[in-house]
Design a protein around this ligand. Structure first.
Ligand SMILES: Cc1ncc(COP(=O)(O)O)c(C=O)c1O
Length: 411
């Protein structure tokens, strides 16, 4: 039987590679037929044809250069399938999957060399727990942390003056959807020899592939758009360089933060429909943003797809398909927590819950969810007002989403 092995996937377009990535790469030809969907490998340990082969397998590769497995914490075939699909789609030399987005981020920071006596300049708009991770874990061991506004042109001079070892940004910030200029940042990083990390969870490879813009490490909370159905937790880091990839693998093993075979199976399944879901979510988000913009109860809408949005031109440069993501934030005219809670409690179709990127529309209030660990001064410095609500627009019919938002805003 001829084994179909899609090894030339880079010649295919993105949507095709999302559907076929990580498939059947290592299935041995079987007389009874091979499954088109990789089976879930639950085993924690792997037996080889000889002890010599087992010894070789500990290196992570067979003598023929294929991946080999000895113990699930060091890697499993399901995680490998997901990792190879992500590396292909993002244009990296490899990827390592983790049990959550936070675990992926932790490993990326360690792999980039962040330790005692090193310096990181990170965006002040980062996901709240990322800032807490930097403070709690890294600042306490003597890493110098500087939070800065990466949307101001002064940032390039600051980076040249500070000469950090690591630069950390998000392609699209949470919740205000601010965009950073990945090309300009990576150009300065090359000048000063800094390792660049970007959390690309919001934009996904469907819209932006940061390695094409010169970044070294791309982090995703795969719990979000990649998995897409709100039923699995995971993270992944894609590396542009082999040295960083080796570090990532070491830290995944040492921290025991790897992705389980079951979750990896769900991640790869989610990836199959990413382009369809993203296309719909981006279109829905634009319609919702336009509706909110003209609603009398709404003071301001933050969405990069709106032509009068400050970062719209940059978003057009960084995002494919003339689409701008499924996330948006808006500010109620009545700027208070009570007004935001009243609006959210009135929603029927849209679900008031944390997280994002799922097939259903999710609504959250950042000060009690993603930015819970930040105080009022820090929130206001980030521009997150008391009436700010975040929407992760789902794949429902946009008319139903809009009708639900309308009745809750009018109530
Ligand atoms: C932008 C961003 N990065 C990282 C994370 C953390 O991911 P996880 O919850 O999978 O650990 C989140 C979670 O909401 C997020 O929104």
């Amino acid at each position: 039987m001829t084994q179909h092995n899609p090894s030339q996937t880079t010649e295919w377009n993105l949507a095709t590679r999302l559907v076929h990535g990580g498939r059947n790469k290592h299935a041995a030809p079987a007389d009874g037929g091979n499954p088109t969907v990789p089976p879930i490998h639950a085993s924690t340990t792997y037996v080889h044809e000889s002890v010599e082969a087992l010894d070789q397998a500990f290196s992570g590769k067979t003598s023929a250069g294929q991946p080999s497995y000895v113990y699930a914490r060091q890697g499993n075939p399901n995680a490998y399938g997901f990792e190879s699909a992500m590396a292909d789609i993002e244009g990296g030399v490899g990827a390592v999957a983790f049990g959550s987005g936070m675990a992926a981020m932790h490993a990326a920071l360690l792999a980039a060399g962040l330790t005692t006596g090193t310096k990181i300049v990170a965006s002040q708009d980062l996901y709240g727990p990322t800032i807490t991770l930097l403070r709690k874990l890294f600042s306490t061991i003597g890493t110098q942390l500087l939070l800065a506004d990466f949307c101001q042109s002064e940032i390039y001079e600051l980076l040249r003056n500070e000469e950090p070892d690591v630069i950390y940004v998000e392609t699209v910030s949470n919740p205000l959807t601010r965009i950073v200029d990945l090309d300009a940042i990576s150009a300065v990083a090359r000048e000063i020899g800094a390792v660049t990390i970007v959390d690309s969870t919001f934009s996904t490879p469907y819209l932006t592939r940061p390695i094409e813009h010169g970044f070294d490490l791309v982090v995703h909370s795969a719990t979000k758009y990649i998995s897409g159905h709100g039923d699995s937790t995971g993270g992944v880091v894609i590396s542009a360089k082999n040295t960083l990839l080796n570090q990532l693998r070491d830290y995944s093993n040492l921290l025991g933060a790897m992705l389980s075979p079951f979750e990896a199976h769900l991640m790869l399944r989610g990836l199959r429909t990413l382009s369809l879901r993203m296309e719909r979510q981006c279109n829905n988000a634009l319609e919702v943003a336009r509706f909110l913009q003209q609603h009398p109860a709404v003071a301001r809408v933050h969405y990069p797809g709106l032509s009068d949005y400050p970062s719209h031109e940059l978003a057009c440069k960084l995002m494919d398909h003339q689409q701008f993501g499924g996330l948006l934030a808006f500010e109620l005219k009545e700027q208070s927590r009570e007004a935001a809670f009243r609006f959210m409690n009135k929603l029927d179709l849209c679900i008031s819950a944390t997280s994002l990127g799922d097939v259903f529309t999710l609504v959250s209030y950042p000060p009690i969810s993603s930015h819970r660990t930040l105080n009022a001064t820090e929130l206001h410095k980030m521009g997150i007002s008391d009436g700010c609500v975040r929407l992760s627009v789902g794949i429902e019919d946009s008319k139903d989403i809009i009708q639900d938002l309308d009745q809750a805003l009018n109530g």
